[in-house]
Design a protein. Sequence first.
Length: 111
Amino acid sequence: MKSPMKALTAMALACAIGLPAAYANCRLPPAPSKIPDGATASQQQMLTAMQTIQEYNHDVQTYLQCLKFEVRQNQLSPDGQVSLHNAAVNQLQQIAAKFNRQVRIFKSKHS
């Protein structure tokens, strides 16, 4: 789940390094708001969550391509791209790790 503090940090970072135009053009997709509890979720809930995570991953990859385009258009500095790229990848990894923990719990309950 995306915390308001992370969103504010990303906006502050974008403004601090002079990227308001790039931030307006390339939007980090919102992280999935709910990861099912593997101890109580149904198989369908877990499959739906997996599809949501896959869509989120695709959306993040599109965002990263947008950042590259912004650099090529001189609307974003290479350093700014690296910062925004790393923040997006870190968020994606955190969501994936949270989901994977729940998958392990789910599998242990249904094995």
